[in-house]
Design a protein around this ligand. Sequence first.
Ligand code: ARG
Length: 465
Amino acid sequence: MSQVPADGKPWAGRFSQDTDRVMENFSASEHFDRRLYRHDIEGSRAHAKMLAAAGILSADEYEAIIDGLGTIREQIEAGEFNWSQRLEDVHMNIESRLTDLIGDAGKKLHTGRSRNDQVATDIRLFVREAIDAIVARLGVLQSVLVERAETEADTIMPGFTHMQSAQPVTLGHHLMAWVEMLDRDAGRFNDCRTRLNVCPLGAAALAGTSYPIDREMTAEALGFDTVSGNSLDSVSDRDFLMEFNAAAAILAVHLSRIAEELVLWSSERFGFVDLGDAFCTGSSIMPQKKNPDAAELVRGKSARVIGNLMALLVLMKGQPLAYNRDNQEDKEPLFDTLDTVVACLDVYIAMFPGAQFNRPRMLAAASEGFATATDLADYLVRRNMPFRDAHEIVGKVVAAAIDKGLRLDQLTLEELRVFCNAIDEDVFEVLTLEGSVSARDHIGGTAPAQVRKAIASARLRLKNG
Ligand code: ARG
């Protein structure tokens, strides 16, 4: 059995035997949690400031700690920091290096603190920043879509239910539906941010500390809105990670649904959009192929984000209060979720401005499938017919048109009047696609005028953040 000396590890005092190498390897997290170094240093600076104000550190010790932490940050960023698996995690790596650099003052930094409240603080700071990065990108993507919606406000395409042509809509309206979905996503992330912005520092290992600490001061220095109310909960709460990942999973599902539409729309059957050579790939065997891989990957990557949410939920479900080492497993799903949604948002932000929509193909598709049948029924209702009767009659008209191989607007007035003599020449206004979309002129409707209003209010929302 190969062993490594426990000596030198900050917790080694009560140990008389060495750590098994397999165990050291199993327990170490520094290779992934080093990503928290900035947040860890920021938390330590605030903690040191508070300890100095409380008279627990001298002014000299405080200065030395701040200088030392600054040096460590520089070394990490220059790639000159020697990370050690022996020191388990980011927290002990930094603290131990601080002591190497400044001596005994470094050993005092951990007064009134535990890695349990320290890591809880670090990941809150990390997630707060992650949320800001995601919300900023959501704003950019929404703006890109709003721009496209404006140029496509009058573009007619088929709207689908059950993937069957249902009623004509405008492409601008469809793009603005995506904007609405993303708007709720941003709202969910911001809600999560409000709830997580609470400082756990001071909870120490689980019960609080006997030092005269000033929790409000630390919280304020770190930009938290308030301090947590229960020390046991402070070190064990990972709700904010589950909530963050839930918001991310819903976002990933939205991006995946958009991806699914792009895959369909770019297929030669639809031909509604060309996503651009820069975002497609070819086939190594079929020379004619241009595949929508960016969209397919976004669709595929939603699986990891959903999986990460499941991992976090299951990670928490069996844990008694307070801190358990299980929690170290929260970081990789968190990082992966952040990286995945950012990558998906970035590819959409880059791809959408260059996508070419094929208006003639969309118009032709909208003309098929009797998409104005509801408009004909509504026309009959305006002539005092009960809607159910109108529905029945129009059903018969559609059957006759199918028989003749004609569209509704290709039937003659005489042919239409066979089914109902209340039909007049003006029926052809409602049977056109333009007439159909412009008639849906109310808040949330597909009429180009309404799409333009929705665009204006989205722009205002995006501007005011
Ligand atoms: N690496 C640990 C984590 O991620 C830090 C806290 C360790 N605390 C402890 N009591 N071993 O959760």
